[in-house]
Design a protein around this ligand. Structure first.
Ligand code: GDG
Length: 489
């Protein structure tokens, strides 16, 4: 079995200083970590990433945090400027909004690109130091799209390794991608990987369209499951691999007595009400204000909902250092205040709003205890919350209202109520439809979704990606360049 090296911007935990030589270690919450951690823990390997603090990395707390991880952890250090210009800057003020079709949110500051490349070089160095022939190098996500090019620029040729990349967020259509000042350089960089994976067919289609339009020397050779692109002296496979979740683990925990009790307590707090759940990281791509407005419209239009539904909206703090995220939170606060101010009675508060991260058991109790999940991102690579909700509905009960622009919609459309998250009135009507849906229909829809989520789980996802990567066949060593095996030392 080839050794697996996972490379991502963040490690699966964050170090934070609480005073001189006092450190806290917080497990990360994002979707990437939820998906990869169980896999690496099970099969071992190496995880290269940033532990979330700017400046020097303290060795002792890091060693303590990773002692029982089940895999090796290699930290990459970032200075404050690098964090600001690479992470907050290029990654989260340029690529993140643009790739979610929100070009008005972009800040195309020219200095960010230089730092993005420099930091990608740093990750490439870390890979070069620990990689060996036959390793399977799996680079993740939009922060690290330049890593393969960086390896090659530095004369490190991973001739005997597989160099693969998976994008967790959507890839935009050409009309949007073409706004990016570095469009050509970025595509060229992506074409240095051996395998480039996306979440959905839609993303593959967009990527191929951009390659055709921007990289005239690239040849797209086949239109089967895995597309083949020939670029310079190199072949790149391109495919879609919808990420899954650890279904059995969610289902098992959802069945536990403690989750069951918590779910019952939650339900007992709101007698006679159907509970609607929204749970997202604080992010403008998740469509939280639109969802709140839809809920408000539903309460305005349909008096039968009054006193009979509660929206539990959990917002997990994220990127709060970026001013736009801070403003965005204030907008959510105001909307919640407006709805509760207008509609609440002495015995009913329509929106229960939590701005914090729930512990896993509590999150699962919410999945288990809420009648309707309201998952309406403006655009999303996949959206794991939708899948986790289905996995926890062990009684085949529960309705999923899902944005048609979430990657998960491709797989869950046989059971979900799909909505356009920009269409407030349609979403309001869909709340009513979900509220009124019969038990038989709920059960039929949920069974169909659970079937897909169980079958196409996270281990299936990793297997299909690794299998596609292993098909590549290692490249013959190039005479002119040192091999990774020797240059990595
Ligand atoms: C990126 C892409 C893609 C949520 N609330 C709590 C909590 N969560 C966990 C969920 C879930 C994760 O956070 C969120 O995953 P998503 O997939 O919804 O979103 P992103 O973080 O934006 O992830 C996304 C994903 O990568 C994987 O490829 O699906 O499209 O944007 O796992 O469980 N966790 C805890 N408390 C909460 O309150 N502990």
């Amino acid at each position: 079995m080839n050794r697996l090296i996972v490379v991502s911007n963040r490690l699966p935990f964050a170090l934070d200083s609480t005073g001189e030589d006092l450190w806290t270690v917080t497990p990360a919450t994002g979707g990437l970590v939820s998906a990869i951690e169980p896999v690496l823990r099970e099969r071992g390997g190496t995880w290269i990433g940033w532990p979330g603090i700017a400046g020097k990395i303290p060795q002792e707390p890091l060693a303590k945090a990773t002692r029982n991880a089940g895999y090796k952890v290699v930290p990459v250090a970032l200075s404050e400027t690098e964090r600001d210009e690479f992470y907050y800057g290029y990654s989260n003020e340029v690529i993140w909004p643009l790739f979610h079709d929100l070009q008005n949110f972009c800040n195309f500051e020219p200095a960010y690109w230089q730092t993005y490349k420099e930091v990608n070089n740093r990750y490439a160095d870390a890979i070069a130091r620990c990689a060996q022939p036959d390793d399977f190098i799996w680079v993740h996500d939009y922060h690290l799209m330049y890593v393969a090019e960086a390896l090659r620029e530095r004369g490190v040729s991973p001739d005997l390794s597989r160099l693969t990349f998976f994008l967790h967020i959507p890839f935009p259509p050409y009309d949007i991608f073409s706004k990016l000042p570095q469009q050509q350089r970025l595509l060229r960089a992506l074409l240095q990987f051996d395998l480039v994976g996306f979440q959905t067919r839609r993303d593959v289609r967009n990527f191929i369209q951009c390659v055709r339009r921007v990289m005239s020397e690239a040849k797209v050779l086949s239109r089967r499951e895995l597309q083949l692109i020939r670029f310079e002296d190199h072949e790149i496979r391109v495919g879609y691999f919808p990420i899954g979740i650890d279904f059995d683990s969610f289902e098992k925990s959802a069945r536990s007595d403690s989750v069951e009790q918590r779910a019952q307590r939650l339900r007992a707090t709101f007698p006679g009400c159907q509970l609607i759940l929204g749970s997202d990281r604080l992010d403008y791509s998740k469509g939280i204000p639109e969802r709140l407005r839809a809920f408000r419209t539903a309460l305005e239009r349909y008096p039968e909902l009054s006193g009979r539904v509660v929206l539990i909206q959990i917002v997990v703090p994220s990127r709060v250092e970026i001013p736009r995220y801070h403003e965005f939170k204030q907008r959510i606060d105001r909307l919640v205040g407006d709805i509760n101010g207008r509609f609440s009675t002495s015995t009913w508060l329509p929106v229960q709003y939590h701005f914090r991260c729930l512990d896993r058991e509590d999150l699962l109790a919410h999945y288990r205890g809420c009648d309707i999940a309201f998952v309406t991102p403006l655009k999303d690579g996949m959206n794991l919350v939708a899948k986790e909700y289905c996995a926890c509905r062990i009684d085949n009960d529960g309705v999923l209202i899902l944005s048609q622009f979430a990657g998960a919609a491709e797989q869950l459309k046989p059971g979900a109520l799909l909505v356009n998250p920009y269409d407030i009135e349609e979403m309001a009507d869909t709340i009513l439809k979900a509220f009124r849906m019969s038990q038989v229909e709920r059960s039929g829809r949920m069974k169909r979704m659970r079937h897909v989520v169980r079958k196409e789980n996270v281990f299936w996802w990793v297997d299909s990606f690794l299998r596609a990567g292993l098909q590549i066949g290692t490249r013959p060593p190039r005479v002119s360049k040192r091999r990774l095996a020797t240059s990595a030392r």
